[in-house]
Every structure is written in structure tokens, then in C-alpha cells.
Design a protein around this ligand. Structure first.
Ligand SMILES: O=P(O)(O)OC[C@H]1O[C@](O)(CO)[C@@H](O)[C@@H]1O
Length: 242
């Protein structure tokens, strides 16, 4: 595990975007696993700028997002579909038909999970999986549990997760109770994993995830078993690491 700590958000964003840009320059057809939430926004901003300058192209790349809320239509302002359009997809030259996000409004969410997994199976392996970290150690929306699922599945969100994400909704009770998420098996199958964490409020969980016991009660701790993980932290998120 390669852990890098940055003093400024700007340096962290440039480093994260640089890793993704470097991959696309050597492998223009790369399959990117993408994340939402507050954490990757600055990295997407850098990528949009790099693409605008003509220094990178997404035209041959494909993308698979980690997760989506169950019950939200794509057009909902807090859907992860909308998030990705606003922060990345509509600003770069990626082909819309190669941008994949679970459909949270599918009438049968379980069938949607099967559909998403079959798409993932077709591509075989994600080249680079971008991840944020939940306060409870979740990656994607894989919440702590006695057992974790390998493939895409419907998950009930923990109260802590719903509260943390309430900032993206008008009212806390509007945060959906369930989500569709890629499973940890798919995440861990990625060639390279790029974990980004910011802020003092994540310092304890960063310590548990990166230096604590490997346990399904902290899903991110499973990343310790992966051979190619790069972790980019701001100094506050990394403040408790030994
Ligand atoms: O970046 P945030 O908003 O702190 O969220 C942490 C992680 O949890 C999620 O909300 C769930 O996937 C991700 O979008 C994010 O990477």
C-alpha cells in the first residue's frame, strides 16, 4: 500500500487527477471505476481542466460507478447519475454509452444488480477503481457487516451514512434508505485502487482501515489485502497514522 499525505487539497487533487490522466495516456481504453460524494469533486475538477487543455482524452475509456440510491430517478438532483453528469461526464469527451451507473429507479432493483454485474463481467476487470471512505469504513455503499457481498447488491444504508449524506438533500428524511452498490469482490478485483480521504473527521476510520485488523466490520480494511493500492490523504485525514 502506497500512502501519500498532502498538505493542501490542491496538491492532493492534482496528484489524484495525475494518476488517472497517466493511466489514460498509457491506456486510452482504460475502464475507470468511479466514486461520488464530496471526496472526488476536486479530482474531477482537475480532470475536466486537463481534458479541456487537450492533455487527456476519455474518448475511448469506459466508466462504471460504484453505487446509486434506490428509488431516485436519474433526474433527481441528488442522484449519483446527476452528480456524475455535473462533475465529470458532461464536461469531458467520454462516450455516454460507455458511462455506467446502476439504475436506482429500476422497478426490480435485484434484477438491476444482475444486469450491472453482467456488464462488469463483460469488461472483466476495472483498471483503476477510485474510492472514497465512509465514516464507518464503507467503500462504495458496502456497509460494515458480519459478511460482505462480492457482487452488486441492494444494501440498507446505516443511519450514520444517511446522516452524512443528508447534506446533498433538502431534508434529512429524503435520503433514501437503500442503495445499489458494487460489491467488495468487484472492487478488490480492480487492477489498481485509488483511495482518497480528506478531513479530521475521517482520521479515526483511516487509522482503522489502513492499520487496523482486516475485518468486514470495517470494509475498507479489506484493501490491505490488495496488491496495488494508492492512498491519497490530506494531512488531517492522515493525522493518526503511525
Ligand atoms: O466523500 P464523502 O461524501 O465523504 O462520502 C464517502 C463515500 O461514501 C459514499 O457516499 C458512498 O459511496 C461515496 O460516494 C463516497 O466515496
Amino acid at each position: 500500500m502506497n500512502i501519500l499525505t498532502f498538505r493542501s487539497q490542491d496538491e492532493l487533487n492534482k496528484a489524484g487527477a495525475g494518476i488517472i490522466t497517466g493511466l489514460l495516456q498509457t491506456n486510452p481504453k482504460a475502464c475507470l471505476g468511479l466514486a461520488t460524494g464530496g471526496t472526488p469533486v476536486g479530482i474531477y475538477r482537475e480532470l475536466v481542466e486537463t481534458c479541456r487543455q487537450g492533455l487527456v482524452s476519455f474518448s475511448k475509456a469506459s466508466a462504471f460507478n460504484l453505487d446509486e440510491y434506490v428509488g431516485l430517478d436519474r433526474s433527481h438532483p441528488a442522484s449519483y447519475y446527476t452528480f456524475m453528469q455535473e462533475h465529470l461526464f458532461s464536461h469531458v469527451d467520454i462516450a455516454p454509452e460507455r458511462c455506467h451507473i446502476p439504475d436506482g429507479s429500476a422497478p426490480d432493483p435485484e434484477a438491476e444488480c444482475v444486469r450491472y454485474d453482467s456488464l462488469l463481467e463483460e469488461i472483466g476487470q476495472i483498471d483503476l477503481q477510485l474510492l472514497g471512505l465512509g465514516h464507518n469504513g464503507h467503500i462504495g455503499f458496502n456497509e460494515p457487516d458480519e459478511e460482505l457481498e462480492r457482487g452488486t447488491h441492494v444494501v440498507e444504508l446505516q443511519e450514520q451514512t444517511r446522516q452524512a449524506n443528508a447534506r446533498f438533500f433538502d431534508r434529512p428524511d429524503q435520503v433514501p434508505t437503500h442503495a445499489i452498490t458494487m460489491g467488495v469482490g468487484t472492487i478488490l478485483k480492480a487492477k489498481t485502487i485509488l483511495l482518497i480521504v480528506r478531513g479530521r473527521d475521517k482520521a479515526e476510520i483511516v487509522k482503522r482501515a489502513l492499520q487496523g485488523p482486516i475485518t468486514t466490520e470495517c470494509p475498507a480494511s479489506l484493501l490491505q489485502t490488495h496488491p496495488h493500492v494508492v492512498v491519497l490523504l490530506d494531512s488531517e485525514a492522515g493525522s493518526l497514522l503511525s
